[in-house]
Design a protein around this ligand. Structure first.
Ligand code: BG6
Length: 510
C-alpha cells in the first residue's frame, strides 16, 4: 500500500535509526570486512547509530567475541576509506560486537542465536529489533532464511521488527531466482525483505533522480525526440582479485549487468513516480525493466558481445589473461566483458538504443552514463565550410570523479563561424566539499529505518533476468572458442565497436 509522501513529513528527514541488532551471516567473509563493518563503524563515528546497538557475527570458524573484535578492528583500519580511525570510539563500538560460531544448516545454531539475541537485547537495549544480513555463499541464503524462520526468529514479539537483507546474486538464472524467492517467503513477508543492490545506494545514482525530477529543464528533452542514444559504462581496471572461482561461474553479464547496470538504466529511463516512496518508486523501476525488449536467440549476436581478457603487457606491467588467473579453468568460457544494446519498448524510448558495457581489466576504473542528443535539424554553419556542430552530450559521472557535465558547441573566438565543443561542469567535491556516505552506509541506515526505496524487489529481479537470460543461453551454448578476444588493459573486443557502428555510433571512451 502506498504510504504518505515522506517529503511532506518533516520527521522523516531526521531518519533516526531505532535501537537494533544487526546479525551478519558470513562474518568471516570479504564483504563483512571490506564494507559492512567499516560502514557501521563510520555510522557510529557520524553519531548515526542509536545508543542501543549491537552486531552479531556468525560464521563457521571458532572465535571468541574478543577475537572477532580484534579481527574487525584490523579490517576497519584497513578498509576505512578517507576517514579517520578513532580508538576510543572504536573501543566503545566494539563492546557491542559479538560472535557466534555455527553452521547455517544446523538448527541448533538458530536456537543458540535466539538465546544470545535475548541476552544482547537486555544487555544492549536493542528492543529486540533485528536486521539479519545474509552475506554468506549465495547457495546458503535459502537455508539461512528457513533456519531463522523455524527458530521463530522471523517474527519479533511486542512490536519488535525483524528484517532480512539479502546480498546479490539473487539466483544464477531465472529459475534459481524464483526458487530463492520461494525459500525467502516461507517465513518472511515481502515487507521484511531487503534485496540489496549497492549501486542504488551510490549518491551519484540517487542523484540521477534528483537531476531528472528536481529540475524542469531536462525532463522535457528526456525522450526519443531529442535523445539519440544512451551509453552506460562500468569499466574496472582490476582483474578478478582472488575471486577466480566465483567469477568463472558468473561472468560480467551476470555480475554487473543483470543487477547493477540494469538498475542504473532503469533509473535513467523510468517515469517519474507520483511520490518519493518505496512502493511508488519501485513500481516505476519495475515497469521500465519490464519494457526491455527480450531478444530471440537468433537476435542475440546482433545485440550483445562477450569478451574475455588475454595476457598483455600494459604500460610496462605484465598482466595475466583470465584463463591464467588463480582458480580459473584453462578453457573457461567466462565473459569478463559484456556489451549489450538494450531496447526499451515504450512510448518514450522506442528506437533509442541503450548501450551498456562492463569489463574487468579495462584501461581505467570509470562508471558513467553518456546521453547523446540528436544533431541539430539543419546545419546552419556548414555553409561557412566548417564542420557541423557536435551533438550535445550529457555525462553523469558515477565514479570515480563524481559529477555531471554538459557538452555543447560554442563559437571559437576569431574570424568566421567556427564551432568547438566546450563543457559545463559540476563536481561533487568542489560543490559540496563534504565526504559523501558510501552506498553501504546509506543502505544499512535505510534497512534499519525500514525504508526500502533503494532496495530492489523480486519483480525487478525477475524482469532483469528475463532481459539477460536469452543472451546467457546463447553464450552458454557456444561451441566455438572466441576467447581471449581483448588484451588486458584495453577497451574490450573489436566486435563491441561494431555493435555501435551499425547505427553510426561509437563508444565515448575507447
Ligand atoms: C560487485 C561485483 O557487485 O560490484 C564486483 O561482484 C564488482 O565484481 C563490484 O567489482 C563493483 O562495485 P563498485 O562499487 O566498486 O563499482
Amino acid at each position: 500500500m502506498a504510504q504518505a509522501n515522506p517529503f511532506q513529513d518533516p520527521l522523516r528527514f531526521e531518519r533516526r535509526v531505532p535501537p537494533c541488532a544487526v546479525v551478519i551471516f558470513g562474518a568471516n567473509g570479504d564483504l563483512t570486512k571490506r564494507k559492512l563493518l567499516p560502514s557501521l563503524y563510520r555510522l557510529a563515528f557520524e553519531r548515526r547509530l542509536p545508543q542501543g546497538f549491537a552486531v552479531v557475527g556468525i560464521s563457521r570458524t571458532e572465535m571468541s567475541d574478543e577475537d572477532f573484535r580484534k579481527k574487525m578492528e584490523a579490517s576497519v583500519k584497513e578498509f576505512l576509506e578517507n576517514s579517520p580511525f578513532d580508538q576510543d570510539l572504536w573501543d566503545d563500538f566494539a563492546r557491542g560486537l559479538f560472535y557466534l560460531a555455527g553452521d547455517v544448516g544446523d538448527d541448533a545454531m538458530y536456537q543458540r542465536l535466539s538465546a544470545r539475541l535475548d541476552e544482547i537485547a537486555q544487555a544492549r537495549q536493542t528492543a529486540s529489533n533485528t536486521l539479519f544480513y545474509l552475506s554468506t555463499q549465495p547457495s546458503h541464503y535459502g537455508t539461512a532464511a528457513r533456519g531463522l524462520g523455524r527458530a521463530g526468529l522471523a517474527r519479533g514479539a511486542n512490536g519488535a521488527w525483524r528484517r532480512l537483507v539479502v546480498e546479490k546474486p539473487f539466483g544464477h538464472d531465472q529459475t534459481s531466482a524464483r526458487e530463492l524467492e520461494l525459500a525467502l517467503h516461507e517465513h518472511f513477508a515481502e515487507e521484511q525483505l531487503y534485496r540489496i543492490d549497492h549501486y542504488l545506494g551510490k549518491e551519484t545514482v540517487q542523484n540521477i533522480l534528483a537531476f531528472r525530477f528536481g529540475n524542469p529543464l531536462f525532463e522535457p528533452l528526456w525522450n526519443r525526440q531529442y535523445i539519440n542514444s544512451v551509453q552506460i559504462t562500468a569499466a574496472e581496471s582490476i582483474g578478478v582479485e582472488g575471486r577466480g572461482g566465483y567469477y568463472q561461474e558468473t561472468g560480467a553479464l551476470r555480475d554487473m549487468i543483470q543487477n547493477h547496470l540494469l538498475q542504473v538504466l532503469a533509473t535513467v529511463a523510468m517515469e517519474p513516480s507520483a511520490v518519493f516512496e518505496a512502493t511508488a518508486v519501485r513500481d516505476e523501476r519495475a515497469k521500465l525493466l519490464r519494457s526491455i525488449r527480450i531478444y530471440k536467440p537468433s537476435e542475440v549476436d546482433q545485440h550483445a558481445v562477450a569478451g574475455q581478457y588475454g595476457p598483455a603487457n600494459a604500460g610496462g606491467k605484465e598482466l595475466v589473461g583470465f584463463r591464467q588467473e588463480e582458480g580459473v579453468d584453462a578453457k573457461a568460457m567466462t565473459d569478463t566483458y559484456a556489451a549489450v544494446e538494450f531496447q526499451i519498448e515504450n512510448w518514450r524510448w522506442a528506437g533509442v538504443p541503450f548501450y551498456v558495457r562492463t569489463g574487468k581489466r579495462m584501461p581505467k576504473r570509470v562508471t558513467d552514463i553518456a546521453i547523446r542528443f540528436n544533431h541539430v535539424p539543419h546545419s546552419l554553419f556548414m555553409t561557412e565550410g566548417v564542420d557541423t556542430a557536435r551533438p550535445n552530450l550529457l555525462i553523469l559521472r558515477i565514479q570515480p570523479e563524481e559529477g555531471i557535465s554538459l557538452r555543447f558547441s560554442s563559437k571559437q573566438p576569431g574570424p568566421g563561424m567556427k564551432l568547438r565543443p566546450v563543457s559545463m561542469d559540476f563536481n561533487y567535491g568542489s560543490s559540496f566539499g563534504s565526504r559523501t556516505p558510501t552506498a553501504y552506509e546509506t543502505l544499512l541506515v535505510d534497512a534499519m529505518i525500514g525504508d526500502a526505496t533503494l532496495y530492489t524487489r523480486q519483480d525487478m529481479v525477475e524482469a532483469s533476468w528475463e532481459a539477460v537470460q536469452p543472451i546467457l543461453n546463447v553464450w552458454g551454448n557456444r561451441t566455438d572458442d572466441p576467447f581471449p578476444n581483448y588484451e588486458a588493459g584495453s577497451w574490450g573486443p573489436k566486435a563491441a565497436d561494431e555493435l555501435l557502428a551499425r547505427r553510426g555510433n561509437e563508444w565515448r571512451l575507447a
